[in-house]
Design a binder for this molecule. Structure first.
Ligand code: AMP
Length: 505
């Protein structure tokens, strides 16, 4: 098997005329066109002086040209470095300075505001690409041949650097190799039964591992088709379901679909698979989706550094609130966060993983890399979880979200699950905030259902006797919505900041 990601994908491409992407204007782009488009992009990058191993930073809106740019990087052996479109020029300057790309591609509208950042980082070429897929990099590619001799790459060579969202401290560049991506795509094709008959509704952003690698690599590895939408819109997604087979989403996709009156068994009859990941899917959402559609959402777990780690089974029980079993070739264990001692089944601890999916380390941060790997090669994910009797993995939260109150560990998920199950509650987030006596005080932030009158006293009373006293929230606040980032993750750091003075600690 070739080591090169693109060769692994292209060696499995179906007939050249088969559709790979369909854009929202109804235009279909065949595998042959995509292959030629990627060759042209690779040619353009090589002509700009991008060498194998050189970086290409990209901050653009989602478009088919942006996918061709990604695939062009793969063909040229360049390291693709996608940046969240929300990053400010100051943040972009940090990434460019840190990664030293040869080429930076940005939206023409932002070219001027990013010029100083590119100059400060001594980027040799700034190119453009707009949301409709036009720009200087596309013009350059248009003049290039439709074939390209793919650069030689080994399994350990870098394919991408993805900066982690970094809610604390500096963002770190996760170095993702050719084989990290290829092995994960192969595993997902197998586990989720993707074939060239599949049509995936692609409504995720493509600067993140989920939309970029999980969706695109997996579908291309299977020779399937993607309906490529600029963003998630419930009406639009519903309108494609009668001829699509699958959807990959973050939990908010599913809560929004549940608010759509058109979501029925009939409307989803042509679909075979709904996947959720990137943030916890509420068990309630899972159950409600099943009762409305007859489909059990398949929840999986992964992260930028490790690609996908576990998945609920395709056949077999998909357990609400659990993330399933390790993918083929992936090893997962739970360890004591302090000592690293391996913990028994059922015990909560740090999730550690090893396998061909696990990244090579953080770009130019050897000390941080060393600190996050065990001596035997396991990566310390930062997620706390446990393995149940049947081998399903459960995530109880990020290690940094653990609340330590009066010396006791409190796992927010346990309290959130109790509160979420109360009538009149949509969802909740439990955080620890400074407390003069306890170190941290357990605090709940709750979203009520429309018109529901459930009060702080009601919630506290319902938790009495269910949870040990130290786990019960000392204060409960009500909000209209929890703050979330674009991948649907609740931003607990913002909540901790907002409520940091409530106990006068
Ligand atoms: P990212 O690197 O942005 O993909 O974020 C990875 C983190 O998202 C993981 O370390 C988990 O904390 C969280 N995550 C991803 N999938 C799930 C899931 N199915 N359930 C709970 N948390 C998840």
């Amino acid at each position: 098997m070739p080591a090169h990601l693109y060769q692994q994908l292209s060696s499995r491409f179906p007939a050249r005329e088969k559709t790979a992407f369909e854009t929202q204007d109804g235009v279909r782009h065949s595998y042959g066109e995509v292959d030629a488009g990627a060759a042209r992009m690779a040619g353009a990058l090589a002509a700009l002086g991008v060498k194998p191993g050189g970086r290409v930073a990209v901050q653009v809106e989602k478009s088919l040209s942006a996918v061709l740019l990604y695939l062009g990087c793969a063909r040229a052996g360049a390291v693709f470095l996608p940046l969240n479109t929300a990053y400010t020029p100051a943040e972009v300057e940090y990434f460019l300075t840190d990664a030293e790309p040869t080429v930076f591609v940005c939206d023409p509208k932002r070219r001027e505001s990013l010029a100083d950042a590119a100059k400060a980082a001594k980027v040799a070429h700034v190119e453009t690409l707009d949301p409709s897929g036009h720009g200087s990099i596309v013009d350059r590619a248009a003049g290039m041949p439709a074939t390209f001799a793919d650069a030689e790459r080994g399994p350990d060579d870098l394919a991408a650097i993805l900066y982690t969202s970094g809610t604390t401290g500096r963002s770190k560049g996760a170095m993702i190799t050719q084989e990290n991506l290829a092995s994960n795509a192969r595993a997902l094709v197998e586990c989720w039964r993707f074939t060239d008959k599949d049509v995936l509704i692609h409504a995720l952003p493509i600067y993140h591992t989920h939309g970029l690698f999980v969706a695109i690599n997996t579908l291309m590895m299977a020779g399937g088709c993607m309906i490529f939408l600029p963003k998630f819109d419930a009406d639009q997604v519903m309108s494609y379901m009668p001829r699509a087979t699958s959807l990959m989403g973050v939990p908010t996709f599913y809560t929004r679909l549940l608010q759509h009156k058109g979501l029925t068994k009939d409307a989803t009859a042509h679909m075979r698979l709904f996947v959720s990941g990137s943030a916890p899917l509420l068990a309630e959402t899972h159950r409600e989706f099943f009762s409305r559609t007859g489909h059990m959402i398949l929840e999986r777990y992964g992260m930028t550094e490790t690609n996908m780690i576990t998945s609920n089974p395709y056949e077999g029980e998909r357990v609400p609130g659990a993330v399933g079993f390790p993918l083929p070739g992936v090893s997962l264990r739970v360890a004591d966060p302090e000592t690293g001692a391996h913990l028994a089944q059922g015990e909560i601890g740090m999730i550690e993983v090893k396998g061909p999916n696990v990244f090579k380390g953080y770009w130019r941060m050897p000390d941080k890399t060393k600190a996050e790997f065990r001596a035997d090669g396991y990566f310390i994910t930062g997620d706390l979880g446990m393995i149940d009797r049947r081998g399903y993995t459960h995530i109880v939260g990020r290690g940094k979200d653990l609340v330590i109150t009066g010396g006791f560990n409190v796992y927010p998920k346990e309290i959130e699950t109790e509160i979420d199950g109360m009538p009149g509650v949509i969802e909740s987030a439990v955080i620890g905030v400074p407390h003069p006596d306890f170190g941290e005080g357990v605090t709940a932030v709750v979203v009520r259902a429309k018109g529901a009158g459930i009060s702080e006293t009601d919630i506290s009373a319902a938790l009495e006797g269910k949870l040990a006293k130290f786990k019960q929230p000392k204060k409960i606040f009500f909000v209209d919505d929890l703050p979330r980032n674009t991948m649907g993750k609740v931003q607990k750091n913002l909540l901790r900041d907002q409520y940091k003075t409530i106990y006068g600690g």
